[in-house]
Ligand binder design. Structure first.
Ligand SMILES: Cc1cc2nc3c(=O)[nH]c(=O)nc-3n(C[C@H](O)[C@H](O)[C@H](O)COP(=O)(O)OP(=O)(O)OC[C@H]3O[C@@H](n4cnc5c(N)ncnc54)[C@H](O)[C@@H]3O)c2cc1C
Length: 396
């Protein structure tokens, strides 16, 4: 296999430009490559191609901190939103080369089955963005909170593999925002969607400015928190058999499609880290095998956030009650019924019981009750036990 230097030579290149990968291990390799290319007399540049707004641009608006990035989301979003956004003029053109290449590996080479989303291309990504911005985006604020309702953009894989740039998506959103006939709520929805891209940039700049071991929590004081490396119920969580339908629906959606609704990800991660007390790195590794997107910096930032060890450390961890969240996010149980075959015809009283979920098991037809488990634990007991351990840890 030719080295990058060999490839550059074969192509007759004088300059090599490389899009920065924010995963610390890959970034270290990219820096080594840059040095090797420069030593060989080539110009080598690493560029912030993945974010919509480069980390240095937001950091420059920060008075204190010596040009370093943001560890808190709210001030970052304010800095991101205040960046001037001129439409891009230049279009880059690439000369065709006659480089030879081996055939690209297929998903089956890695033990994956081919899903419809594997048909990745720039055209497919542009078509996805066009279709989303043409209409569904106007329901985005509700879609974020409603896994059974309107769709979110489902863009993470395209952004992760670079079949579309975040800058291009943002430019398209800005274009829509310039429409003088937009209603106030439509403007609000488009801004909320732009803010999702800002949230992505937030985690990328965290990885850039606070580069380190991606296994180490951003919060120093949480590095020694004794999360468990495993749990007897870990398999039930990862296979969607906890008896908490929202958590299980999310995990089953993930296993079936390679993607999970953004809000359900938070609930599912909370269940793993707080109800089971399992290390966020275990969840990140399990999801990495299933998720269609491949973005270590985003996975790490979000998992640390969900586990309360990353950016924006709250005084107490944000522990979600999976039954209350099910009522709030999926009040018609559309999402839960869709992903849990055993519950496809379960009555509403099963999902939203007046008393405990365990007693709601009685609302299921007999054959279903055999197939779908009763809750594997009591959330209130597990959450209180976690909080006790947490309080002991922070006061030690
Ligand atoms: C525990 C956990 C793990 C996650 N792991 C990943 C991961 O490995 N890779 C990944 O790309 N996203 C990850 N996310 C973030 C988010 O859930 C996905 O980006 C989102 O589900 C993608 O779906 P969408 O395109 O429909 O999102 P939309 O809500 O439509 O948002 C549009 C785009 O904005 C960006 N975005 C929105 N929210 C976030 C966020 N919190 N962090 C980063 N980018 C965001 C994404 O690029 C997304 O494609 C994780 C979230 C949690 C809570």
């Amino acid at each position: 296999m030719p080295t990058a230097l060999g490839l550059a030579r074969e192509a007759g290149a004088e300059s090599v430009v490389c899009s920065i990968d924010y995963d610390p291990a890959t970034l270290a390799r990219q820096r080594e490559l840059q040095s090797a290319l420069e030593e060989a007399g080539l110009r080598a540049t690493l560029v912030h191609d993945a974010p919509a707004v480069a980390p240095e641009e937001t950091a420059a608006t920060r008075r204190e901190g010596g040009g370093r990035g943001y560890r808190s989301l709210a001030p970052y979003l304010a800095a991101w939103g205040s960046q001037p956004r001129a439409p891009r003029e230049a279009r880059v053109r690439y000369a065709a080369t006659s480089l030879s290449s081996d055939a690209l590996p297929q998903p089956s080479d890695f033990g994956h089955s081919v899903r419809s989303s594997d048909a990745a291309s720039e055209e497919a990504a542009r078509a996805l963005v066009d279709a989303y911005l043409a209409g569904p985006v106007l329901a985005y604020p509700a879609a974020r909170l409603s896994p059974g309702g309107e769709p979110t953009a489902r863009l993470s894989a395209a952004l992760s593999f670079g079949t579309i740039a975040a800058r291009t998506v943002l430019e398209r959103v800005d274009g829509r925002l310039r429409d003088p006939f937009l209603l106030a709520e439509e403007r609000f929805a488009l801004r909320a969607f732009a803010q999702a891209l800002a949230r992505r940039d937030f985690f990328l700049q965290l990885a850039w400015f606070f580069e380190g071991d991606s296994d180490a929590p951003l919060q120093d004081r949480m590095r020694r928190f004794p999360f468990a490396p495993s749990h007897p119920l870990l398999e039930a969580w990862s296979e969607g058999r906890t008896g908490f339908p929202l958590v299980d629906a999310g995990m089953r959606q993930l296993r079936a499609t390679g993607w999970m609704h953004p809000r359900v990800r938070l609930i599912s991660a909370s269940f793993l880290c707080f109800d089971l007390g399992v290390d966020w790195r275990v969840g990140r590794a399990l999801w990495e095998r299933e998720l269609e997107e491949d973005d270590d910096a985003l996975a790490t930032g979000n998992w640390q956030w969900a586990a309360g060890v990353g950016a924006d450390l709250a005084q107490f961890p944000r522990i979600y009650n999976p039954t209350k969240q099910a009522r709030a996010l999926d009040p018609a149980a559309t999402y839960m019924r869709r992903w849990i075959a055993e519950l496809a015809s379960a009555p509403a009283s099963y999902f939203f019981p007046a008393r405990s979920r365990a007693s709601a098991q009685l609302a299921l037809p007999l054959y279903t009750a055999c197939n779908y488990p009763a809750p594997v634990l009591r959330h209130d007991v597990a959450a209180r036990a976690f909080l006790r351990r947490y309080a002991e840890f922070v006061s030690a």
